[in-house]
Design a protein around this ligand. Structure first.
Ligand code: AMP
Ligand code: MN
Ligand code: MN
Length: 316
């Protein structure tokens, strides 16, 4: 039987909700969706939400300005971790892991193997927002909570395109839509809309991309000095790897940007054959079969060489 969030709130007076570093749409949507559900249905509980500074494209989400970037309390009765994939990605609320009385982790990353008081990890579900929805009473989901959850589902399914989308995902999206949410605006302003700088960086990454393995793999990178020139942050790199993946004939796309000199964040996407989470895990990262990420050291050529050691076997 599906468990519900209320079961985990017995004797709980304080709750912290936290996501992962560089929060994406699913992370922000699931954290804010959970926060708004508790605010609306359990006003007696003191709930705080922790998110690394969310990008401005998420401004339309209710109460996003309440998200905290600094850990102000030392302990909570319950810590709810959402979409984190791995314990070392908790970020701003990392310290709470040791002090919280109980920890509930809801996730959909097949590479999540850490231990918590309760871990409910469903790699077959499209998004953590879909997981969260299952823990809520649909009748008690407000329009504002529905907006946040819908946004997360939209982002992790690439607007209902990726193979993680299921009939069940669509039914959940439909029930959220029935709450009267501005669904077109959510997709437009949180997913498709880009700043001028983001589009310039995308153009640059595409211009400098190159093909490997008979066109089955596409690779590109953006160096720190170029990011500095555009005054760009990691959030500005969102979507580049997916656009590269749209190239005809490509099975795997790899995009990386330099976090600091000699340290790269690589994003991997696969069309439908290669499980990119396997190679990400070899180098200490993780994710899903079709979307994974990892941080690696060296020059960008070192990173490509190390990743292709594995990917070549899958692609040639
Ligand atoms: P990204 O390339 O950052 O968009 O990430 C793709 C997917 O892999 C997302 O679901 C991330 O949560 C996950 N992911 C990215 N980096 C890591 C990492 N270092 N460890 C575990 N999972 C990751
Ligand atoms: Mn995420
Ligand atoms: Mn997710």
């Amino acid at each position: 039987m599906q468990r519900k969030i209320d079961e985990f709130l017995k004797d709980v007076n304080t709750v912290a909700i936290a996501g992962h570093v560089n929060p994406d749409g699913d992370c922000v949507g699931s954290c804010m969706g959970m926060y708004l559900y508790l605010r609306d249905n359990h006003p007696e509980i003191g709930a705080d939400v922790y998110l690394e500074k969310p990008r401005s494209s998420f401004d339309m989400i209710e109460d996003i300005d309440k998200a905290r970037q600094v850990c102000s309390a030392v302990r909570y009765d319950l810590l709810i971790l959402l979409d984190i994939s791995s314990q070392d990605r908790i970020g701003v609320a990392g310290a709470l892991l040791k002090t919280a009385d109980r920890v509930l982790c809801l996730d959909h990353h097949k590479t999540n193997r850490d231990h918590y008081t309760w871990l409910f990890n469903y790699p077959d579900l499209s998004s953590t927002c879909e997981v969260v929805w299952n823990f809520l009473d649909p009748e008690k989901i407000s329009e504002k909570c529905a907006e946040a959850l819908y946004m997360g589902i939209v982002h992790d399914t690439g607007v209902f395109q990726y193979s993680c989308t299921s009939p069940r995902t669509m039914r959940i999206a439909a029930s959220l839509m029935e709450k009267g949410i501005p669904f077109s605006r959510i997709v437009d302003s949180t997913y498709y809309e880009k700043t001028f700088i983001q589009n310039q960086l995308l153009g640059r990454a595409l211009m400098e991309s190159f093909l490997m393995f008979d066109g089955k793999m596409i690779v590109s990178c953006i160096r720190k000095r170029d990011m500095d020139f555009y005054n760009a942050s990691p959030a500005d790199m969102d979507g580049i790897v997916s656009q590269m993946r749209n190239t005809a004939g490509v099975e795997v796309s790899v995009f990386m940007y330099e976090l600091e000199t000699g340290k790269w964040k690589a994003s991997l996407r696969s069309v439908d054959k290669v499980d990119v989470s396997v190679v990400a895990q070899i180098y200490g990262g993780g994710g899903h079969a079709r979307a994974a990420g990892v941080t690696m050291q060296g020059s960008c050529y070192d990173v490509v060489n190390n990743l292709t050691l594995y990917l070549e076997k899958e692609l040639v």
